[in-house]
Design a protein around this ligand. Structure first.
Ligand code: SF4
Length: 115
């Protein structure tokens, strides 16, 4: 069935879908930027054994946090860990407990985190 100007209903729907796609393209681009891990190339933890950032005790946590303090991507790292609900290891200069507290303060409930 064609419209008055000869455009079929299917073609109109397709045009509408394409318009929506155009509208959502910047959102998709932003989403990709949020999940990019390019910043990790600048993390100074690359110069340390990975186990340093997954310590088994409080002393190890403090050692890792001291390294993070001097890292140029510390803020990005922290936000990445919070956004992706990473609950193990030291990220962005914070312990697992500190990140739970930050999320709680932001009103974000993460059921996977244990208290
Ligand atoms: S803040 Fe710490 S964990 Fe994050 S990239 Fe830097 S050194 Fe690595």
């Amino acid at each position: 069935m064609a419209d008055r100007d000869g455009t079929s209903k299917g073609e109109l729907c397709l045009d509408f879908a394409n318009d929506l796609g155009d509208l959502f393209t910047p959102v998709r681009m932003l989403r990709r930027m949020e999940t990019t891990t390019d910043w990790m190339d600048n993390g100074i933890c690359r110069d340390h054994p990975p186990a340093t950032f997954f310590p088994s005790d409080g002393v190890g946590v403090e050692v890792a946090k001291r390294i993070c303090v001097t890292c140029p991507v510390v803020d990005t790292c922290l936000e990445y860990a919070l956004e992706n609900h990473i609950d193990h290891g030291v990220w962005g200069g914070t312990s697992e407990r500190q990140r739970r507290r930050i999320l709680k303060a932001r009103g974000i409930r993460i059921p996977a985190f244990s208290e």
